[in-house]
Design a protein around this ligand. Structure first.
Ligand SMILES: Nc1nc2c(ncn2[C@@H]2O[C@H](COP(=O)(O)OP(=O)(O)O)[C@@H](O)[C@H]2O)c(=O)[nH]1
Ligand SMILES: [Mg+2]
Length: 232
């Protein structure tokens, strides 16, 4: 068996103004839960999750960024190595919608030479009575930037899984058609690695961690992972 335990790894980033619900969406996607008193993201958090797209296993590496200005310098370094992500605003917060152009321009500038694939997410649709941005406005912005538009609730879970599935499906299609190229030295898309010692119990597994880890811990994990076996 030389195919590895996933076909591709996609690195995705979450962008958008602070408090729109980026961390909550990830939490809901990964754990199927909503934590109302989620703590403010500091710098960049890292998550991973395996999903199935058209019957293929895809490993999603999810980078959750802090929207606060003072962290934006750190965040820029990660734009380049993302194949795409979620551009999130809060449908009950007009300002978060108005800031989308800035976010989009920034990510496109720093992602060069790669052109990341985004889905526009209008979050907090459980609070649609307080809506300040119409569905039509969301659709219009998405259309003019060649993105899909989807409304979600990290609180109820509405459309959360669907968002990641849809985005991953679109990226997989672009990889298969050659529109997105897998390149050495670029972490946006990676091919799955072979299973070392496949067939033996305790063979190399790549999908054994999926919790929020600091960058430092992740590096340590990856080196111990290569040595073999169990969870840390
Ligand atoms: N009602 C509602 N509140 C949400 C939703 N998503 C996030 N929140 C709340 O909005 C606040 C900011 O969420 P957070 O995930 O930290 O936003 P981030 O700064 O974009 O990561 C928190 O109080 C969340 O509980 C949602 O879908 N519905
Ligand atoms: Mg956050």
């Amino acid at each position: 068996m030389a195919d590895g335990n996933y076909l591709y790894q996609f690195r995705l980033i979450m962008i958008g103004q602070s408090t729109v619900g980026k961390s909550s969406l990830l939490r809901q996607f990964k754990e199927g839960e909503y934590f109302p008193d989620i703590s403010l993201t500091v710098g960049v958090d890292f998550h991973a999750k395996m999903i199935k797209v058209n019957g293929h296993s895809i490993k999603l590496q999810l980078w959750d960024t802090a929207g606060q200005d003072r962290f934006r310098a750190i965040v820029k370094a990660y734009y380049r190595n993302a194949v795409g992500g979620l551009l999130v605003f809060d449908i009950t917060n007009r300002e978060s919608f108005a800031s989308l152009d800035d976010w989009y321009e920034e990510v496109m500038k720093y992602a060069e030479p790669h052109k990341p694939v985004f889905v526009l997410v209008g979050n907090k649709d459980d609070q649609s009575r307080q809506r300040q941005v119409t569905k039509e406005e969301g659709l219009q912005f998405a259309k003019s930037h060649n993105m899909d538009y989807i409304e979600t609730s990290a609180k109820s879970g509405h459309n959360v899984e669907e968002t990641f599935q849809r985005l991953s499906g679109r990226i997989l299609q672009m990889v298969n058609s050659g529109e997105i190229k897998v390149e050495d030295g670029w972490d946006g898309v990676k091919r799955g690695e072979p299973l070392l010692g496949a067939g033996k119990k305790g063979a190399y597994r790549d999908n054994s961690y999926d919790s929020t880890v600091s960058l430092e811990r992740d590096r340590r994990y990856q080196s111990s992972e290569r040595k073999c076996c169990g969870r840390n």
